[in-house]
Design a protein around this ligand. Structure first.
Ligand SMILES: *[C@@H]1O[C@H](CO)[C@@H](O)[C@H](O)[C@H]1NC(C)=O
Ligand SMILES: *[C@@H]1O[C@H](CO)[C@@H](O)[C@H](O)[C@H]1NC(C)=O
Ligand SMILES: *[C@@H]1O[C@H](CO)[C@@H](O)[C@H](O)[C@H]1NC(C)=O
Length: 723
């Protein structure tokens, strides 16, 4: 997920908002009069009652404070009896929902390339309606693909890798592999060459499955891919394989997905099904240091998480449509899609660049993925929701006038209702505000979204509320890591509180253990605090060919339960919900002994208008911290215009003394408002004009900072800041 994609969905939202804005302005005026009496009568009726969501539990291993989900005293392992592996789950789910829609892709109609004034080229795509495979058809397709792999000569016992953006063939190939007990290695499509070579070689992958866009990249490094024997590619309209590519791959077989499927149809192979303790996926995660690590995920891990999460999404079922556009090589998306699969939901594939009618890559006047699918469920990472929010709010601000007033009154009223009373939260007043103000915002995502699953990083409370109010969607915040196949904690949809990640999922326990050095203790008042440990069926086997690292962070207790040490610091609220408050390795002791939490300070500084991205740096040799900041171009240019600052281009503006002073003053104000301590306010800052994107390797696909890479890249700048 690139930065461009983010701004893509951003501008998309803006556009749609402009189009919708006029309509509600007029209607709003009429309704406002009617509303006031309703507002008065509805305010603050009833009182929120605390609902117990987690229950304290006795567990083995290191002493700590442990919690389980209230729903089940025994940990959940399977969604239903007999479904102990992905292969069994897929087969049974496909039988159960045989005639329902399952996997949808949009029909490609045309592509245009336009050239902007500055010579940059833009691709504009026109897609048609979704075309669907039913569950029954998907099963036949995956089974044929599995047989085709055997016929192709894939050697039993070696893994296959999938290196592609999310699409229906990804999921089919994935399921196909399990029908022959083939382990699947997943790699981010945005990963660099070195990391790709490393992961394919480390796992000795013999069959590489990819989209046709990746073939060039693979051909270029073919001499380093010693274990590969077969390439299977997903066909793309308008992409042909040139002779350079096929000659670089002349030592391998090169077949399309459709060819392999056909091969298998003609010579069916007996399925060779895995057992629950077999490794289903080796998932390479973009580690924040060095080479990516491969996490070994068993069939049992996936099944357990999916079984647990599906019980937490109210009324999930065949009437739901899920919009899939995040990378499947990320555990969060994979877990979500498997969860959809076991519930008979239809999954429509899209991409972040084509999400809405005015997304970057969508041809003007044609439908984006959300308008075409009208999804009821989708997943998002916080960074995407943040951008949506900023975009909509900015647009409202620019338009001004009555529309802005209405929006602001509506927003405040809804906020008060959500935070005050249950009745107000869902009553008549809500319907009115939705009709007048928020319907237009919602139509951007198709108008039917009821739940947004959010994970990958903490979601700010502002954005969570924005999503509740403007998108009309409940937010299910998940907390989990690749090492726990995403399954750890998940907030319940009727929990309208902010900043928490919910109770443990029903397949896992969560335990806090004291971290004396950092000052987080399970005896802390008012809430127990400590390092977060996750135990149970979703805890994976460890890192591939890295026993040392595995033994460092995975431990088995005397009862045989596996625990993963997350390195995150959390606290348990009285209702059993977890809140992540810090990260062990992001806490640095300064020269005079104060501890500074980099993540906390960054989160606070991000609310400053001028800040797009920020990394705070601290070390034990100084008594203060410094910060690298990617400023918001728009905010800075607006200021420069107002202040009459002359500059040649944006990099020039960033290095001006006046600019640095302005941003620094604004940061100080923000820090004060967030009640940061003096030593937590960066003493010096450097403004960097270029955004940090996953492609640049400076942030992860979920847009989390990669501190080591950032430190290495901006070493000189950091040195100067301390100089
Ligand atoms: C599946 O494959 C793995 C590794 O290739 C092997 O160890 C395991 O025994 C196989 N499982 C079954 C049920 O045959
Ligand atoms: C692949 O891995 C082997 C060891 O398993 C190593 O000797 C070799 O140098 C690696 N090749 C590349 C291209 O990384
Ligand atoms: C194919 O394999 C042969 C023998 O191992 C090697 O000499 C040749 O360079 C390979 N060709 C390509 C295109 O990699």
């Amino acid at each position: 997920m690139g930065d461009s994609e983010g701004s893509g969905s951003n501008s998309a939202f803006l556009q749609s908002f402009i189009q919708g804005e006029k309509g509600y302005g007029a209607v709003g005026a009429i309704f406002l009069g009617l509303l006031i009496p309703v507002l008065l009568s509805m305010a603050f009726l009833g009182k929120k009652k605390i609902k117990q969501r987690g229950v304290q539990v006795e567990v083995g291993g290191e002493p700590g404070f442990a919690m389980r989900n209230r729903r089940s005293s025994e940990l959940m392992e399977v969604p239903w009896e007999g479904a102990t592996t992905m292969a069994a789950l897929f087969e049974q789910s496909c039988k159960k929902h045989a005639h329902e829609r399952f996997l949808g892709s949009r029909k490609f109609i045309s592509k245009e390339v336009t050239t902007a004034k500055d010579g940059r080229k833009f691709e504009k795509l026109h897609f048609g309606e979704y075309e669907w495979k039913t569950y029954g058809e998907a099963f036949v397709c995956a089974s044929n693909f599995a047989s085709g792999l055997v016929k192709l000569g894939h050697s039993a016992g070696t893994p296959a890798a999938i290196f592609s953006e999310s699409r229906s063939e990804w999921f089919l190939a994935f399921q196909g592999c399990f029908r022959q007990n083939i382990t699947v290695v997943t790699i981010y499509a945005s990963l660099g060459e070195d990391a790709l070579i490393h992961s394919l070689n480390e796992t000795q992958v013999s069959t590489l499955i990819c989209d046709s866009k990746q073939l060039k990249k693979i051909a270029a490094i073919s001499s380093s891919l010693e274990s590969i024997k077969h390439i299977v590619y997903f066909e793309d309209e308008g992409i042909t394989i040139d002779s350079d590519v096929s000659s670089a791959m002349s030592n391998w077989t090169l077949s399309s997905f459709a060819e392999v499927e056909k091969l298998g149809k003609e010579s069916p192979a007996h399925p060779k099904l895995p057992s629950k303790s077999d490794v289903s996926v080796i998932m390479y995660t973009s580690g924040s240091t060095g080479f990516p690590k491969g996490v070994m995920i068993t069939h049992g891990n996936i099944v357990a998480t999916a079984a647990a999460v599906t019980t937490l999404i109210p009324k999930i079922g065949r009437n739901d449509a899920y919009l899939a556009y995040l990378p499947l090589a990320h555990v969060f998306e994979l877990a979500a899609e498997v969860t959809m699969m076991i519930s008979g939901v239809s999954i429509g594939y899209g991409s972040a660049l084509t999400l809405t009618d005015s997304s970057n890559k969508i041809k003007k006047g044609t439908l984006g993925d959300a308008s075409a699918l009208k999804p009821t469920l989708m997943a998002a990472v916080p960074a995407i929701l943040d951008r949506v929010r900023d975009g909509v709010l900015k647009k409202v601000d620019e338009n001004g006038g009555l529309a802005k007033k209405l929006f602001s009154v509506g927003y405040k009223r809804r906020m008060a209702a959500i935070e005050g009373s249950w009745f107000g939260a869902w009553g008549l007043e809500k319907l009115l505000w939705d009709a007048i103000v928020f319907k237009q915002v919602r139509s951007i995502l198709g108008g039917r979204i009821r739940i947004i699953l959010c994970g990958g990083a903490p979601l700010s409370s502002d954005t969570q509320r924005f999503t509740n109010i403007c998108m009309g969607a409940a937010v299910g915040q998940g907390y989990g890591l690749t090492e726990t196949f995403a399954g750890a904690a998940f907030s319940e949809m009727d929990d309208l509180s902010v900043g928490r990640v919910g109770p443990p999922v029903p397949c896992s326990y969560i335990k806090l253990i004291s971290w004396d050095e950092g000052g987080y203790l399970i005896t802390d008042k008012p809430m127990p605090r400590g390092e977060v440990l996750i135990g149970g069926f979703s805890v994976t086997l460890g890192y591939f060919k890295n026993e040392e690292k595995t033994n460092e962070v995975y431990k088995v207790d005397e009862k045989g339960m596996r625990w993963f040490y997350t390195g995150d610091i959390g606290q348990f609220h009285p209702d059993g919900c977890l809140e992540i408050i810090d990260r062990k390795k992001d806490i640095v002791k300064l020269q005079h002994g104060e501890y500074i939490s980099l993540g906390k300070v960054e989160a606070a500084l991000l609310s400053c208008n001028y800040v797009e991205s920020v990394m705070v740096h601290a070390d034990p040799f100084h008594s203060y911290c410094v910060a690298l900041i990617v400023p918001s171009r728009q905010a800075l240019e607006n200021w420069a215009q107002g202040a009459g600052i002359e500059y040649s281009d944006f990099p020039d503006l960033c290095q001006k003394k006046e600019t640095v002073t302005e941003v620094q003053q604004s940061l100080s104000k923000t820090a004060k408002a967030s009640r940061l301590d003096k030593f937590e306010v960066p003493a010096k800052i450097k403004l960097l004009p270029d955004p940090w994107t996953p492609e640049s390797g400076l942030v992860t696909a979920a847009l989390k900072l990669k501190r080591e890479q950032l430190k290495a890249k901006f070493k000189e700048d950091l040195l100067k800041l301390y100089g």
